[in-house]
Design a protein around this ligand. Structure first.
Ligand code: GLT
Ligand code: MN
Ligand code: MN
Length: 389
């Protein structure tokens, strides 16, 4: 394989302990790979050339670990980070695995469960910050319902807001350099999850006490589950200054959350996504929230991880090619041509502008009759991606 697509630290490629460490158990079958320790997973990620490793509190420290076990794990994990040069850009809390969270964490009907979720998150924030994280993800895996008889959806939103406000103040109180990134998913493991899309979160963030500390962590698979265009969710987040983190993976629409290797399924969408991130100059992590097929052993896991990064870099190169392709660029210039005749109507409203606009006569039939050349443009894009340009 050619070296030009080898990952380098500046590419900001990260994986979660839960991704390369996923042993392949599913709802119908047992694990197919042995569990590796967090330190071993760091060495694996070092081997494939990743930049960083992210974790949930309990990916690193089991929920029932003794203080001595905790210290031993932390020691070997930190040593592995030192040995490999990997960093920890993001951390998060597991608020979904233990039965205590079966009816939600921050949105649970039980005040004791809500308080426990807050306590667990305070501790997990400390752990993440200790290891260097500056982004903290909230994925509310159990924040939902099977039956709306059980919970008032307005209460759920209010409880979630209260928790995030409390935690924002905690971060400020401690003087941590930490921003929150909220990750949406429409359903699974609950029948329905609250705030099911990135767009829903973008609205919600503005209702928080410290909206400036809070952004989003959109995931391809999750928006695809909802039948949405992922690029559009990312673009809206970016335009709002809220793209704090991103979960890259792949899967087709109308499936459960498959979390496949980046580019495994929808290469063209992956292309436009990479091109967007690179064109706008996104500098955050490119986090692969994905796992290897259940058919793989740990060599296959490495193939999976290398594949995610390699596909990203190949698509990045294709994006540069698209931006330089004379025929494509000429078409785009033609599509966006502007003779300046509408300049008097642009910009903010004034009564004079509105009056002038009303007085102007448009030839709507001529405007509507114009062919736009998008067929040619899309075919050129396909041919570029297929390697014949
Ligand atoms: C879980 C989920 C992911 C989230 C992780 C962070 S946990 O794997 O499916 O989408 O990003 O909590
Ligand atoms: Mn997912
Ligand atoms: Mn995710």
């Amino acid at each position: 394989m050619s070296e030009q697509y080898n990952p380098r630290p500046e590419h900001r490629f990260t994986f979660g302990l839960w991704t390369v460490g996923n042993p392949g158990a599913d709802a119908f079958g047992e694990a197919v790979r042995p569990d590796l320790s967090p330190a071993d997973l760091v060495y694996l990620l070092g081997d494939v050339g990743a930049y960083g490793v992210n974790f949930h509190d309990n990916d690193l420290i089991p929920i029932d670990a003794t203080p001595a076990e905790r210290n031993a794990i932390l020691k070997s994990f930190k040593k592995a980070l030192d040995d490999t040069g990997l960093v920890v850009p993001m951390a998060t809390t597991n608020l979904f695995a233990h039965p205590v969270f079966k009816d939600g964490a921050f949105t649970s009907n039980d005040a004791k469960v809500r308080a426990y979720a807050l306590q667990k998150t305070l501790n997990a924030i400390d752990l993440g910050v200790e290891l260097g994280a500056d982004v903290y993800v909230f994925w509310g895996g159990r924040e939902g319902i099977e039956t709306d008889a059980a919970k008032n959806p307005v209460d759920a939103i209010k409880r979630f807001r209260e928790a995030l406000n409390f935690l924002s103040e905690y971060v400020l109180d401690r003087g941590y350099h930490l921003r929150f990134a909220l990750e949406a998913k429409p359903n699974e493991p609950r029948g329905d999850l609250y705030l099911p899309t990135t767009g829903a979160y973008l609205g919600f963030i503005e209702t928080l006490d410290h909206p400036e500390m809070v952004g989003v962590n959109p995931e391809i698979a999750h928006e695809h589950m909802a039948g949405l265009n992922f690029l559009h969710a990312v673009a809206q987040s970016w335009e709002a200054g809220k793209l704090f983190h991103i979960d890259l993976n792949d899967q087709n629409y109308a499936r459960f959350d498959q979390d496949w290797r980046f580019g495994a399924q929808n290469l063209k969408q992956a292309f436009f996504l990479v091109k967007f991130l690179e064109d706008v100059g996104y500098t955050g992590s490119r986090h692969f929230d994905a796992h290897a097929y259940r058919t793989e052993d740990y060599d296959g896991v490495k193939d999976f991880a290398r594949g995610c990064m390699r596909t990203y870099l190949i698509l990045k190169e294709k994006g540069e090619q698209f931006n330089k392709d004379p025929e494509i660029q000429a078409l785009l210039a033609e599509i966006n041509a502007d003779d300046g005749s509408m300049d008097p109507f642009k910009g903010p409203y004034t009564p004079e502008k509105a009056a002038a606009l009303r007085a102007h006569s448009f030839n709507r039939d001529a405007l509507g009759a114009r062919g736009l050349g998008y067929e040619r443009l899309d075919q050129l894009t396909n041919e570029l991606l297929l390697g014949v340009r």
